[in-house]
Structure formats: structure tokens, C-alpha cells
Design a binder for this molecule. Structure first.
Ligand code: HEM
Length: 477
């Protein structure tokens, strides 16, 4: 290394370096490195040098740095190809993001929220498989992931029939969304290994078959015939056509987008519901807030025809529960390729050199999210951590005596921020409100432990549990 570069840890195995630990449990590896080297260091992994920055006060130096110096698109393109066989000529991630953002936010959000509400009802309340008045055992992860992915898929990719209340259309939506979800779930098991190119020959075969099944289900020809397609879908399709993408590649890109849009919200609902079931004071506070909202609008949950954006925006307790859930369970990497030798100045004035060709990685999960200097007992779920004593949202958190701009980053940040954040929040809220209003839910074993994380998933967004948690549920009388 050259003078002025961050401390380098090459591990014991030449070239491979820390690759194995990185894939197995990146949080553990980076925490160990932080103890050894401090809040900036470089690790070698499979021939690549990855500089990891863990000081949230210094994140702005990376998040807003120009694309000509550190680039997001290059690594994104590698993953798109490895995971989804997507190769787009002249692909510019910033241009695409700006275009799709409009379709998911601001004036387009209320219509998406409304469609999500109808689709959640279709898969949750009107599905005879789910909605029975007899107690039924189910894995909470399975229930949360399938409900959110099926309804999310119908909302973005369209319905069988324009009229949401048409019974035969609903039945087709239930069956088709379930088929898509089952294949999507299978695919999701292999994606981490695909991203790291560590699938065995047998796994690769299964992975390729699952992708083929999904390409059939999501073929652009099929999607063209669907009713209530979202503006997001039509904008994306048009964008692919403008890039001159052939039809097969358009279909592959549709699968990539299914994962970007449906991979995180279901796991978020799982952790949130699990924390509510394990912490009765949190459950009580959320239910009291929810009932209050209906009471002031003279509605009962049973008469719920719609949860307006205005209703969804007046839930500070739920918002704190969600922030706390995501603080504990969202662990994306923010990754950039260093395109030229360049200086990096930390917030406290330390200066480093970054080397062209290295990769730069922020991991907000370690700091700020799990940093004991910022959060007391960071490993514990405290539902009101993001509430001030007057009931407003708490935004003041400190490290080293200085107020933090980035105190939790489940949605990424800067150029890498999630464009679906508002839609995800309104969807998660609607799903939890519908489940709590229409169903009795309880843990099958009240002493069931909160499961550990599937550690291979550090870096890829929402974490998933090592194993599912069984609950009992039934439609309320
Ligand atoms: C709890 C739920 C969610 C979480 C925690 C989350 C988090 C994130 C994060 C961290 C990124 C940045 C990834 C990166 O740049 O490396 C991202 C990107 C993205 N998210 Fe979300 N997301 C969620 C739900 C959603 C939903 C529901 C949608 C769409 C309807 C969505 C659409 C997207 C898209 C399209 C991108 C890629 C943006 C780009 O081109 O850079 N997300 N999300």
C-alpha cells in the first residue's frame, strides 16, 4: 500500500484474503476489523481491495461524491448480470432512477397506496385459503413475505380484471400472485450465492430453472395484457424500449425489478409483527393509536374501505416502531467503485488516499444503527426509541458529542437512497393494520425466541431470520 492509505488487512490466505468470512458474516468481520483498525480500513477479499468506512459523521464525503470519482453503476451492472442475466446497453443508473422515482412518489403515491390496499384485501381477507375463522398455524415469515410480495406484485404489475371487486378476477389474482410468489421465494434462496458466484453446479441448475419459470410468468407479452398496470411499470417498459432492449432482455429486467421492489418490505413486516408479538407494551401502543385514528374519523376497522394517505401519515407511534425495527434488521451495504486515485477527508479532519480500482463500502448497520455510543443497549428493541416525550418523532442522536445527520440508514442514502421508501412505508402500515384489525394473531409458543439472522444476507438490504416463527391466527368473529 502507499503512504496515507487506510490500514490494510489481507487475512491469512493469499489473494483470497477475507473472502470466506466476508460471505459468511460480513457484520462480524467488519466489527472485528473495526476493533483492530478503527473506523476506516481496507480488507482484501478474492483479489479485490475493499475500503470500509464506519464513521457516520464522514458518510457525506462518499454519499454525495461525484460519479466521475466513485461510481455506483459499475458494481450494480456486475450484480445485475450475475444475479438476473440482465445486460442493458447504455444503462445509466442515475437516469433510470430519476425516471422511476416520479412514478413511485409524490402525486403518484396515493393511487399506489389505494391499489395496494385493494390488493392486500384480495390476498389476505378475500382469499379463502388465508381467511378462515378456525385457528390456523403458519410461519410468520411466510405469511408476511407472501402477503406483501403478492399484493406488491399485483399493485405494480397489474391485475387480471380492472374491477378490484370482481370475484373471478380476484380468484385469478390470488392464484397467479401465489404462483409468482412461490417461484420468487425459491429464487430468493439462491440470490446471495449467485451475487458472490458461489452456487454449486446443482444449485446453479435449480437457480436457472427458477429464473426460467419466472421469465414465463413475467414475460412482457403477458404483462402487456394486464389491467391496472402501474405508471412505474409502463415507465420502466418505455425506458427499456428507448434503450433498444430486445423483448427477452426486457422480461429479464422485469424479474430484476420484482426483486428490487419486493425483496425488502415482506421481511420488514415479519420483524415488525414479531417484535409486536414479543413486546405486549408495543402492541398495545400501536393498537391504541390505530383505534384512535379510526375513532376520530368515525370508522370502525371492519368498515375499512380505504386507508387514506392522510390517515397513514398520522401514526407517530407506529413510525417509531418501524424505525426501531429497521434499525435492528436492515443491513444494506452502500458500495462504490473508486474510479481515480483520490483523497478522502474524514469529519474529524483525518486525511486518507483512496486507490483507483478499489471498492468503497459503507455499512451503516454497524454504525450508526448498532453503535452503543449512539443507542443505549443497541441490541434491544425499544418501541419508543424514536419518540420524544411530547409524542413527536425523535431525530436528535449524537456520536462523539456531535449531532448526527445519519442516525439510521435502512433506506440507504445519497445517490443510493431507496426510491420506493414512501410506498414501502404506506404498504407496510396497511398490511399490519389490516392484519391486526381483521385477525387474531398470537405466537404458538409464547416463549419462542427471536431467531438469529441468516448471516449471508448482510449487505443485501433487509435481513431474514435463520428459521421461521410459528404463529396461530384466525379471522376475528
Ligand atoms: C422495507 C422496505 C425497503 C427497504 C429497507 C429498502 C431499502 C433500499 C435500499 C437500501 C436501497 C439502495 C440499494 C443500493 O443502492 O445499493 C434500495 C433501492 C431501491 N429500492 Fe428499496 N427498500 C424497500 C422497499 C422498496 C419498495 C417497496 C420499492 C418499490 C416499490 C423499492 C424500490 C427500490 C428501487 C427501485 C431501488 C433501486 C434504486 C436504484 O436504482 O438505485 N424499495 N432500497
Amino acid at each position: 500500500r502507499h503512504p496515507g492509505e487506510p490500514p490494510l488487512d489481507k487475512g491469512l490466505v493469499p489473494w483470497l484474503g477475507h473472502a470466506v468470512e466476508f460471505g459468511r458474516d460480513a457484520a462480524k468481520l467488519f466489527s472485528n476489523m473495526k476493533r483492530k483498525h478503527g473506523d476506516i480500513f481496507t480488507v482484501q477479499a478474492a483479489g479485490k481491495f475493499i475500503t470500509v468506512l464506519l464513521d457516520p459523521h464522514s458518510y457525506d464525503a462518499v454519499l454525495w461524491e461525484s460519479n466521475s470519482k466513485i461510481d455506483f453503476g459499475q458494481y450494480a451492472r456486475i450484480l445485475m448480470d450475475r444475479m438476473f442475466d440482465v445486460r442493458l446497453p447504455d444503462y445509466d443508473s442515475n437516469e433510470e432512477k430519476a425516471m422511476l422515482k416520479m412514478a413511485l412518489q409524490n402525486k403518484n403515491l396515493p393511487s399506489l397506496t389505494k391499489a395496494m390496499f385493494f390488493n392486500l384485501r384480495t390476498v389476505l381477507i378475500f382469499d379463502p385459503q388465508t381467511a378462515t375463522q378456525d385457528w390456523k398455524d403458519v410461519g410468520l415469515f411466510h405469511l408476511s413475505y407472501s402477503t406483501m410480495s403478492r399484493a406488491g406484485y399485483l399493485t405494480l404489475y397489474g391485475n387480471e380484471n380492472k374491477n378490484y371487486s370482481d370475484m373471478s378476477g380476484q380468484a385469478k389474482d390470488q392464484a397467479y400472485s401465489l404462483e409468482v410468489y412461490k417461484e420468487f421465494f425459491k429464487l430468493d434462496r439462491y440470490l446471495m450465492k449467485a451475487a458472490r458466484s458461489t452456487l454449486s453446479a446443482e444449485e446453479k441448475k435449480m437457480f436457472d430453472n427458477t429464473k426460467k419459470n419466472l421469465w414465463k410468468l413475467l414475460s412482457v407479452k403477458r404483462l402487456d395484457c394486464r389491467a391496472n398496470r402501474s405508471l412505474w411499470l409502463d415507465t420502466y417498459k418505455q425506458h427499456l424500449e428507448d434503450l433498444g432492449t430486445v423483448e427477452d432482455m426486457q422480461t429479464k429486467a422485469m424479474l430484476l425489478q420484482l426483486w428490487s421492489t419486493q425483496g425488502n418490505a415482506g421481511p420488514a413486516v415479519f420483524w415488525l409483527l414479531l417484535f409486536l408479538l414479543k413486546y405486549p407494551s408495543a402492541m398495545e401502543a400501536v393498537q391504541r393509536e390505530m383505534e384512535g385514528i379510526f375513532r376520530t374519523r368515525k370508522q370502525t376497522p371492519g368498515e375499512m374501505h380505504e386507508l387514506s394517505q392522510e390517515m397513514l401519515n398520522s401514526t407517530p407511534i407506529f413510525d417509531s416502531v418501524l424505525n426501531e425495527t429497521l434499525r435492528l434488521t436492515a443491513a444494506p451495504f452502500i458500495t462504490r467503485e473508486v474510479l481515480q486515485d483520490m483523497p478522502l477527508t474524514m469529519a474529524d479532519g483525518r486525511k486518507y488516499h483512496l486507490r483507483k480500482g478499489d471498492r468503497l463500502c459503507l455499512f451503516p448497520y454497524i454504525s450508526p444503527q448498532m453503535d452503543p455510543e449512539i443507542y443505549e443497549e443497541p441490541e434491544k428493541f425499544k418501541y419508543n426509541r424514536f419518540l420524544n416525550s411530547d409524542g413527536t418523532e425523535k431525530k436528535d442522536f449524537y456520536k462523539g458529542g456531535k449531532k448526527l445527520k445519519y442516525y439510521t440508514m435502512p433506506w440507504g442514502g445519497g445517490i443510493n437512497v431507496c426510491i420506493g421508501q414512501s410506498f414501502a412505508i404506506s404498504s407496510i402500515k396497511q398490511c399490519v393494520f389490516l392484519l391486526l384489525s381483521y385477525f387474531d394473531l398470537e405466537l404458538k409458543d409464547p416463549n419462542a425466541k427471536i431467531p438469529g439472522f441468516d448471516k449471508e444476507r448482510y449487505g443485501f438490504g433487509m435481513l431474514q431470520p435463520e428459521e421461521d416463527v410459528v404463529i396461530r391466527y384466525r379471522l376475528k368473529a
